[in-house]
Design a protein around this ligand. Structure first.
Ligand code: FDA
Length: 390
């Protein structure tokens, strides 16, 4: 099999890999990017509903889950959302800010892929798609990367094949397997930013949406955002956010009326509309949901409902307890949590501390961002950190 020699071989032509490749190549390295897919950046193309939520201006270490919550600090500080935004502006990509600092393309996510490819071209980096990576081993000159096409030799290898979510787009555990083969520890992985399955899901509620405040446990953050009922349970931004924090068997609390004091409001409704039936108490909820939550009160007028029952209903709305049986899995998850253990990586360079020349970036690493552009920012920041160091 013929040999080709590079300074840096990047495994994975996704968000992090392309960013790392461009950074390394523009610093003068001879760079090859390998990917098994038919085109680069496939997750970027489908992200943000096709408009790519490419960063979040409010990104900060607390917007990430990781066994080491300080790990992201250095990379995020050295390549910030404003640094990526400068590139977006340089390529005349028009963008808009949605809620909470979330930046989206006005036109298409493809513009972000085109930006990354142009940046790679500017450094004359080579991109080779539809390549099966068979093995990565140590070599006298660094590493040998065996593929179905050729063997490549490089002094540095950057693991950037992402996480396990959306297998139909080519997700695989390659980076985790290679890391493990070099003795790197792996934090157990699970689907994150995923819809939740409820044991008692009511399919008649599917499609009902509202703003809620959701949280898991006392020490984890709460999220006020949209929720939508599905045939299997619940989804929507607030639910996806708490799914990243949920452990097996854990319950979550959802306030279905986060903008009011439910007890005061329901008691006031009783006095305002004594002849109405129970769903009228829940006029702040979508009507299908109001009917479902008040069904147990029966067909009585509000005047005949004891305050005790109204207070109990208010509590069940303000502290709706859910005990999901799980998530809808990697097929529906936006990201994977867990991955390459940050204890084995330098937070400055993303290099595996025990294997000089081996780097890991992006979603393959045990760093999982909140919904809202934080995951791409991590891909850019970790990519630049590794690309410059490699
Ligand atoms: P990424 O998955 O981008 O790239 C990995 C690359 O490695 C792919 O090109 C893949 O083909 C390749 N690869 C995998 N296995 C391989 C193998 N065995 N051999 C060779 N190549 C291999 N985030 C955000 O911040 N804003 C958003 O709007 C969204 N929206 C969104 C929507 C949907 C539907 C999903 C699924 C995800 C998002 N995300 C997001 C998350 C975001 O897409 C994700 O965090 C980044 O793409 C991760 O970048 P990476 O480069 O690490 O992996």
């Amino acid at each position: 099999m013929s040999l080709e020699i590079y300074d840096v071989v990047v495994l994975g032509a996704g968000a992090a890999g392309l960013m790392a490749a461009a950074s390394a190549a523009q610093d003068g390295a001879r760079v090859l990017v390998l990917d098994h897919g038919p085109e680069p950046g496939r997750k970027i193309l489908i992200s943000g509903g096709g408009r790519c939520n490419f960063t979040n201006l409010e990104t900060a270490p607390q917007c990430f889950l990781s066994q080491n919550k300080h790990f992201v600090r250095s990379a995020l500080a050295r390549f910030t959302p404003h640094d990526f935004l400068k590139k977006v502006d340089q390529y005349h990509i028009r963008w808009h800010e949605k809620a909470k600092g979330q930046l989206f393309c006005d036109q298409s996510a493809k513009q972000i892929v085109d930006l990354l490819i142009s940046e790679c071209r500017a450094g004359q980096c080579k991109l080779q798609l539809q390549t099966t990576i068979k093995n990565v081993q140590r070599h006298a000159r660094g590493f040998s990367i065996q593929t179905n096409i050729k063997e490549y030799i490089a002094r540095a290898v950057i693991l950037a094949t992402g996480g396990l979510s959306i297998p139909k787009l080519g997700a695989s555990d390659l980076s985790l397997r290679i890391a493990r083969s070099f003795g790197v520890r792996i934090v157990p992985t699970a689907p994150a930013l995923a819809p939740l399955i409820l044991p008692d899901a009511d399919p008649s509620l599917a499609g009902v949406s509202l703003i809620v405040e959701a949280k898991v446990g006392k020490k984890k953050p709460s999220f006020r955002d949209g929720m939508v009922f599905t045939h299997k349970g619940i989804s929507g931004p607030a639910v996806l956010q708490i799914s990243s924090y949920m452990e097996k068997g854990e319950t979550a609390q959802i306030n279905l009326l986060p903008d009011m004091n439910a007890e005061q409001h329901l008691l006031a409704m009783k006095h305002a509309r004594p002849k109405a039936s129970p769903p009228a108490l829940l006029d702040g909820l979508p009507s299908r949901l109001a009917k479902a939550f008040s069904a147990a009160l029966g067909d009585v007028t509000l005047a005949n409902l004891p305050d005790k029952k109204i207070k109990a209903l208010a509590a069940s709305i303000a502290h709706w307890q859910i005990a999901p049986v799980g998530t809808e899995g990697y097929a529906k998850a936006e990201v994977m949590r867990g991955g390459i253990d940050t204890r084995d990586l330098s937070s400055q360079t993303m290099e595996v501390m025990s294997v000089p020349g081996l780097y890991a970036i992006g979603e393959a690493v045990d760093v999982t961002g909140w919904l809202g552009g934080h995951n791409f920012q991590w891909a850019w920041s970790s990519g630049v950190a590794a690309g410059k160091a490699a």
